[in-house]
Design a protein around this ligand. Structure first.
Ligand SMILES: Nc1ncnc2c1ncn2[C@@H]1O[C@H](COP(=O)(O)OP(=O)(O)OP(=O)(O)O)[C@@H](O)[C@H]1O
Ligand SMILES: [Mg+2]
Length: 349
C-alpha cells in the first residue's frame, strides 16, 4: 500500500520494442512498490522483462525500446515526487537523480566501469558530479568507500585500472562507485551471478551491511531463490512482462498463490536431494514467443490448473488475496498450492 514510506511506485508500466518482426511487449503492465530501506527481490525466467523494467526506471532503455504507458513515481531526498516517465531522459533533473539518488549495478562490472580510467578517477568523478566537494576530498571518500566494500589495499587499488584487478574486485569497485553518493535506491541486476560462491557470499554480506548503514532500498534481481530468501523481505515474481505474484518472502515461499511461483519453488532441489544447482530451469514448457502472447492468462499454456475456459479467455487482474500479498490468477484463493516449509530451506538446498 502506498504510504509516506514509499520511495518508488510503478503503476501499469508498459515498455515495448518495435522490431521488424513485430512488437515485443517486454514490460506489459507492471505495478510494484518499494519502501524506504526495504530489499525487494525480483524473480522470473529469462526474458520476462526484469532488466527492461529496471532500465525503464532510470530511463536507460536502449533503442528501439520505449515506454509507452504507465508511471514511475520516485520520491526524492527533499520529499518531491517525480514521475520518471514524464522526464526527458537527457534532462538535468534525471541526471541529478541517476547515480546520486538511484544507483544501478549490473551483472557485468565493465558495463559501468570504463577500461581507460583508473578505479579512483571513476569513483571521484561520480562523487564530484553529485556532491560539492573538492577532488582531494572526493579521493579520500573514494578510498574510504573502497575500504567499506572490503577491497584489499584501497590506497593502491584507487590508482589501478579495471583490467589490473580480479573480477570480484571489479564487482566491489562497481558497488563502491554506486554507493559513493549514498543512493536512496540501489538497483542490482544480478550483481553476483558471474562470481564464484565465496565471493558472491562476501558481496551479498557487504550489500546487507551497507544497506543498514545507509538505510537504502534495494531492488535485487536474481535467479537464485536461496539468495532471495537470504537477502530480501519482499518478493516480486514476473512472467511475460507482468507481476504475477508479490508479497513477503515468508508468504510467497510457504503459501504461494500463483501456479507459476509454485513452479519456481518446486524447480529447486529440496533438502535431502542431491544438489543440482538452484537456477530456475525446470518449469514445464517454455516461455511463449514474445510476438505471440497467449490469450487470457499469459501463463495458461504452461499451467497445470488451466480450466480450458476462463483462463484462456479472460486475463486475470493482479489482486490482493491476503493483506500485503497479491496474485494474478483467477483461482488464487482456491488452488491451495504447496510452498516450502521455510524460506531457509531454499538456502540450504
Ligand atoms: N533490443 C531489443 N529488441 C527486441 N526485444 C528486446 C530487446 N531487448 C530486450 N528485448 C525483449 O524484451 C524482453 C525482456 O527482456 P529482459 O532483458 O528484460 O529480460 P530479463 O527478465 O532481464 O531476462 P534475463 O533473466 O535473461 O536477464 C525479452 O523478451 C527480450 O527478447
Ligand atoms: Mg536481465
Amino acid at each position: 500500500m502506498s504510504d509516506s514510506n514509499t520511495i518508488l511506485k510503478i503503476d501499469d508500466l508498459h515498455t515495448h520494442y518495435d522490431t521488424p518482426q513485430g512488437t515485443v511487449r517486454a514490460v506489459a503492465g507492471t505495478s510494484l512498490e518499494v519502501h524506504r530501506g526495504e530489499t525487494v527481490g525480483i524473480v522470473g525466467e529469462s526474458g520476462c522483462g526484469k532488466s527492461v523494467m529496471l532500465r525503464s526506471i532510470l530511463r536507460i532503455v536502449p533503442h528501439p525500446g520505449r515506454i509507452i504507458g504507465g508511471s514511475i513515481e520516485f520520491t526524492r531526498r527533499d520529499g518531491e515526487t517525480v514521475d520518471m516517465v514524464k522526464l526527458d531522459p537527457n534532462s538535468r533533473k534525471i541526471r541529478s537523480i541517476r547515480g546520486d539518488e538511484i544507483a544501478m549495478i549490473f551483472q557485468e562490472p565493465m558495463s559501468s566501469l570504463s577500461p581507460v580510467h583508473t578505479i579512483g578517477d571513476q569513483i571521484i568523478e561520480a562523487i564530484v558530479l553529485h556532491k560539492s566537494v573538492s577532488n582531494t576530498e572526493a579521493r579520500s571518500i573514494a578510498i574510504e568507500m573502497l575500504g567499506k566494500v572490503a577491497m584489499p589495499r584501497p590506497e593502491q587499488i584507487v590508482d589501478q585500472y579495471p583490467h589490473e584487478i580480479s573480477g570480484g574486485m571489479r564487482q566491489r569497485a562497481m558497488i563502491a562507485m554506486a554507493l559513493s553518493c549514498e543512493p536512496r535506491l540501489l538497483i542490482a541486476d544480478e550483481p553476483t551471478t558471474a562470481l564464484d560462491v565465496t565471493t558472491q557470499a562476501q558481496i551479498l554480506d557487504l550489500m546487507r551491511r551497507l544497506q543498514s548503514e545507509f538505510n537504502m532500498a534495494i531492488m535485487f534481481v536474481t535467479h537464485d531463490l536461496g539468495v532471495v530468501a537470504q537477502m530480501t523481505e519482499h518478493v516480486v515474481v514476473m512472467y511475460m512482462g507482468q507481476v504475477v505474484e508479490a508479497g513477503s518472502v515468508k508468504e510467497l515461499f510457504t503459501a504461494p498463490r500463483h501456479p507459476y511461483t509454485h513452479g519456481l519453488l518446486h524447480s529447486i532441489p529440496r533438502l535431502g536431494q542431491r544438489k543440482l544447482g538452484r537456477r530456475l530451469v525446470s518449469i514445464k514448457g517454455s516461455v511463449p514467443d514474445p510476438f505471440a502472447r497467449p490469450s487470457g492468462c499469459p501463463f495458461h499454456t504452461r499451467c497445470q490448473y488451466n480450466d480450458g475456459d476462463r483462463c484462456v479467455r479472460e486475463e486475470p487482474a493482479l489482486r490482493e488475496v491476503m493483506p500485503g500479498h497479491s496474485a494474478r490468477c483467477h483461482y488464487a484463493e482456491t488452488l491451495g498450492l504447496q510452498g516450502v516449509d521455510k524460506p531457509a530451506e531454499a538456502i540450504n538446498a
